[in-house]
Design a binder for this molecule. Structure first.
Ligand code: S3P
Length: 182
């Protein structure tokens, strides 16, 4: 069982009882890094977008197209709350999960919040050709620029921030593990 690994034992009691929550713009590597960290720490991996898809029985693009962003945000907030009712989870959130009022305070109170960032150029390169992000439909470059502008302060609340530009997911994970283990 991964929870018995040396890495897990190294954590102090306070950290052991907490969730780790990854926030950040789309394409900053939250899902990939989250999977590596969950494995290393023996935490349950929760990808918020995946839980939303399962709960709704349809894709994120379908939810946006059929019921709009506001509805998506309400489901996202409800799922976040439900996931944070218990502990020892590694939760990777969608880029907009920090937007609804109350979500950031909830995250800070229920977990250790880690923000992943990247430069605009890097994000544009990473999302090019991606059909699965409804907010980027149309002119993806323009949309990324606009969203980054709109959200320029949105991830500053995190306990810790890693700039992932030019780093592999393994390198980002190592950085976070070093920080987390103190
Ligand atoms: C969104 C990011 C997406 C997904 C949805 C909205 C956003 O998740 O939740 O398309 O508002 O930034 P990723 O950050 O995993 O791409």
């Amino acid at each position: 069982m991964a929870g018995d690994t040396e890495a897990f034992k190294e954590l102090n009691a306070e950290q052991r009882n907490k969730n780790i929550i990854l926030v950040g713009m789309m394409a900053t590597g939250k899902s990939t890094v989250g999977a590596i960290l969950a494995e290393e720490l023996g935490y349950e991996l929760v990808d918020l977008d995946h839980v939303i898809i399962e709960t709704e029985g349809r894709s994120i693009a379908e939810i946006f197209a059929e019921d709009g962003e506001e509805y998506f945000r309400s489901v996202e907030t409800a799922v976040l709350k439900r996931m944070l009712e218990s502990e020892n989870k590694l939760i990777s959130t969608g880029g907009g999960a920090v937007l609804a009022p109350g979500n950031t305070a909830l995250m800070l109170s229920k977990g250790h919040v880690i923000a992943l960032t990247a430069t605009e150029e890097e994000i544009i390169a990473r999302v090019s050709g991606d059909q699965n992000r409804p907010l980027l439909a149309g002119n993806a470059v323009e949309r990324v620029r606009r969203i980054m502008e709109d959200r320029h302060n949105a991830y500053l609340f995190a306990h810790y921030t890693v700039d992932t530009t030019g780093l592999t997911a393994a390198e980002v994970s190592q950085n976070i593990l070093m920080h987390y283990r103190g």
